[in-house]
Design a protein around this ligand. Sequence first.
Ligand SMILES: NC(=O)c1ccc[n+]([C@@H]2O[C@H](COP(=O)([O-])OP(=O)(O)OC[C@H]3O[C@@H](n4cnc5c(N)ncnc54)[C@H](OP(=O)(O)O)[C@@H]3O)[C@@H](O)[C@H]2O)c1
Length: 246
Amino acid sequence: MKIDFKGKKALVTGATRGIGKAIADELAGLGADLILTGTNATQIEKLNAGGEPRKTFYCVDFSDDRSTKSFIRELEKQKRIDICINNAGINALNFIQDATEEEWDQMVDVNLKGPFLVTRAVSTMMKKHKYGRIVNIASIFGVVSKPKRSIYTTTKFGLRGFTMAASNELAPHGILVNSVSPGFVLTDLTKKNLKKHEMEELTARVPVGRFADPGEIAKVVLFLASDVNTYLTGKNITVDGGFIDA
Ligand SMILES: NC(=O)c1ccc[n+]([C@@H]2O[C@H](COP(=O)([O-])OP(=O)(O)OC[C@H]3O[C@@H](n4cnc5c(N)ncnc54)[C@H](OP(=O)(O)O)[C@@H]3O)[C@@H](O)[C@H]2O)c1
């Protein structure tokens, strides 16, 4: 089995750090041309000046309507996009009583509305070429939940629902749509949300005995995003070291 992305154009949202960066690096290593996003204009400028010829970074904040719309207009100017990884996501932990409408709006806009708007734009192009692979990065908290994750869980269950609906509509056009639900991955998001003792307690509950490296999530995404995947669509693949079944 050989996975190759030469001649393919891929979009990865939230690719400046963590899981998105790992996916972008793997795709680049296997020959894809990349459109990547992050929120920090200065960093984006530096990355574009960095001279990686097959990577173009765009600045977009999916919680900001103007920023999102401007990015979607840029996307619509592209001639083709073969692969789309909706990865950008945020998670503000709060009990329902303390959660604010602002947190609701932000998480829904970034985790759910962003993937919808991006999918709408890229699938229009993909339909013309009768080819596409879309992978949405959901979460184990889109399969199970725990306290303080009500909004995050709502968005990630929603993203899985959107994945299923989109796969039904788009399969006749050669476009396969799946989601990947990571467990605990060593990224900035995890380090921000979990205290050291919480990480230790959770590690003890993961059958594989450790948190994931972002590259371990990226490898599963690569298969779904590749030509090697020809028949898997509308599915959610949980990559959690066995956590939710333990
Ligand atoms: N880490 C985990 O354990 C874990 C587990 C399950 C699911 N996930 C999901 O995996 C995805 C990536 O998570 P991660 O841990 O890699 O996150 P991360 O390290 O916090 O990186 C998040 C990425 O998204 C971008 N981003 C942040 N806020 C954004 C916004 N408002 N609009 C657009 N882009 C934004 C960031 O850009 P800047 O660098 O410019 O801020 C960065 O590139 C998310 O969807 C998350 O829900 C993560």
